[in-house]
Design a protein. Structure first.
Lengths: 433, 100
């Protein structure tokens, strides 16, 4: 989890530095950027919260305090992250005080065999399962079975040109022949790929494919316990079926899950804000996700000012990009608000057909079935609200008439619907005992 | 019950993923020539173009104006992707490459 949040911070800060430095006229130096990203990653890793308990705390009293603030979830063992002193291992604080020497007990929730070995045995299966799904995705991407053509048509060319220009190539974006690449599309992904290309001395189209598997693992690590395995399984199938490898969707899902997990499991506003800033700078629909997440958090937490504070980083970043795009005459996607909303039952049917994932709605059943038997619905309120909100904005986007709407739905709906599915997977993890 | 359902869901999703990956066809354990080799039972529309342009990129002079046939959107964008050192244009050019 710490690694995943360090990656979130490093990517957002790196691409922001690239964008802002270019906006003031500087050309990129990939090695300076590498040092900067490494420093940010190290700092974030050092200060990232401990899984399920918030920030790292000393053993004993501190852990108990933290547990009171954020009740731990099943499947997350403190043991693997903070080795416990002999005789005190695995106590769940206020739930079930243990007699000395009976380490590893999970209290009334799910008793484990005595000693630390029980706790270790319990959590060992989770990383193994996540690794299995990561390898499955790596196989799929590296044997060219999950590639999205947008990598060739859209993300790759932008990255190559940005790397060659050592900056955002405005002339390339403005060229009328390149209009289909959406000149004002948020730049995080091309910037990240361009930096990789500058470091490597050239752009390999295999690198983004491999990155998809890495992102799957990091996304799964953000969700505590067995919820991480469900997330990995869901995304492994989703990326394979939707042909999402190499595009911005795995990165967007990563940021979205990071933000949701930070708010749901850690109540960490700073991390959520950084992750939402990443989402807003990854895809146009990332901004809609930010709005939904902020409103949902304000409703669930009843802390509207805190919710507004979370919106500052994404607002500033996206605002600066839109200002840059407007100043250079690149505005396209963000100027489509004028298109009228038209309700269409046929569109709804098309989306519903794509939502089946050609697998009898298996992904939906997989995340909803555990939720049906959930005992802690309240914990899952935020991700459930976000899932509902994201379905609403997806329908809203598709309900705007377009000459190629049916084609648009066929090529994108399976990828776009991974957002509510991932939110439901977070809800399933949060609601588990 | 919740745990059993979650485990069953993961197993079913894993099986569905394997079935989906198998749909791309063989060979299953060889390095593919392009990033679109196994996306479906039929050859991808830009598969031949990628192979052609990968070879052409080594011989074309820098900054040469290049266009491809067919000159439609997928082929044009793919040419931009694979010829970063050249200028890809629609229509007339120094070099016209038939990628069909």
């Amino acid at each position: 989890m710490r690694t995943a949040y360090a990656f979130v911070a490093a990517v957002v800060c790196l691409t922001t530095a690239m964008f802002w430095s270019n906006a003031v006229g500087w050309r990129w130096n990939p090695w300076v950027l590498l040092v900067f990203a490494a420093l940010v990653a190290g700092f974030a890793w050092r200060h990232a919260p401990h899984p399920a308990f918030g920030h790292p705390l000393p053993e004993g009293e501190g852990v108990r305090k933290r547990e009171a603030a954020f009740p731990p979830y099943e499947g997350v063992s403190r043991g693997r992250h903070t080795p416990l002193p002999p005789g005190e291992g695995g106590s769940r604080g206020k739930h079930t005080p243990l007699p000395p020497g009976e380490g590893g007990s999970r209290g009334r929730h799910s008793p484990l065999p005595s000693g630390e070995g029980g706790a270790k045995r319990r959590v060992r299966g989770v990383p193994l399962a996540i690794i299995t799904f990561t390898l499955l995705t790596a196989y799929g991407t590296l044997t060219a079975r999950e590639t999205c053509a947008d990598l060739l048509y859209f993300w790759g060319p932008k990255a190559v040109r940005f790397a060659a220009a050592r900056g955002i190539d405005v002339a390339f974006l403005k060229a009328p022949d390149h209009f289909l690449m959406h000149p004002d599309y948020p730049p995080l992904v091309p910037l990240m790929y361009a930096w990789g290309a500058m470091i490597a001395g050239g752009f390999s189209y295999w690198a983004p494919l491999l990155l998809t598997a890495v992102l799957l693992a990091l996304t799964a690590l953000l969700v505590p316990g067995r919820g991480g395995v469900l997330m990995a399984a869901l995304l492994a199938f989703g990326y394979a079926q939707a042909l999402a490898a190499g595009t911005a969707d795995p990165i967007l899902i990563f940021f979205e899950v990071a933000a949701l997990a930070a708010l749901t499991f850690l109540d960490d506003a700073r991390l959520a804000s950084i992750a939402l800033a990443g989402a807003a700078m990854t895809k146009v629909e990332g901004a809609a996700f930010v709005a939904v997440a902020i409103v949902a958090y304000a409703i669930v937490s009843r802390r509207p000012l805190r919710a507004l504070a979370i919106a500052v980083a994404p607002g500033v970043l996206l605002g600066s990009w839109i200002a840059f795009a407007r100043a250079h005459g690149l505005i396209d996607s963000y100027a489509r608000g004028a298109t009228p909303f038209v309700w269409s039952a046929q569109t709804l049917v098309s989306i519903a057909r794509q939502a089946s994932y050609h697998a009898y709605y298996l992904p939906w059943l997989a995340v909803l079935a555990p939720l049906v038997f959930a005992k802690h619905w309240k914990r899952a309120a935020l991700p459930l609200l976000v899932a509902a909100g994201s379905i609403a904005y997806i329908l809203f986007f598709y309900m705007h008439p377009d000459a190629n709407r049916d084609f648009w739905i066929v090529v994108s709906a399976e990828r776009v619907l991974l957002t509510p599915l991932a939110a439901l997977a977070v809800a399933a993890a949060a609601s588990s005992e | 019950m919740q745990r059993a359902l979650a485990v069953a869901a993961c197993v079913l999703l894993a099986a569905a993923t394997v079935v989906r990956l198998k749909r791309g066809g063989g060979p299953y354990f060889e390095r593919p020539a392009t990033i679109v080799d196994h996306l479906g039972p039929r050859e991808h529309e830009v598969h031949r173009e990628i192979l052609t342009l990968q070879r052409a990129a080594k011989t074309l002079p820098r900054c040469a104006r290049v266009s491809v046939i067919p000159d439609d959107t997928p082929h044009y964008l793919t040419a931009i992707a694979l010829l970063p050192d050249q200028v890809v244009v629609h229509g007339k050019a120094d070099t016209v490459i038939d990628v069909r």
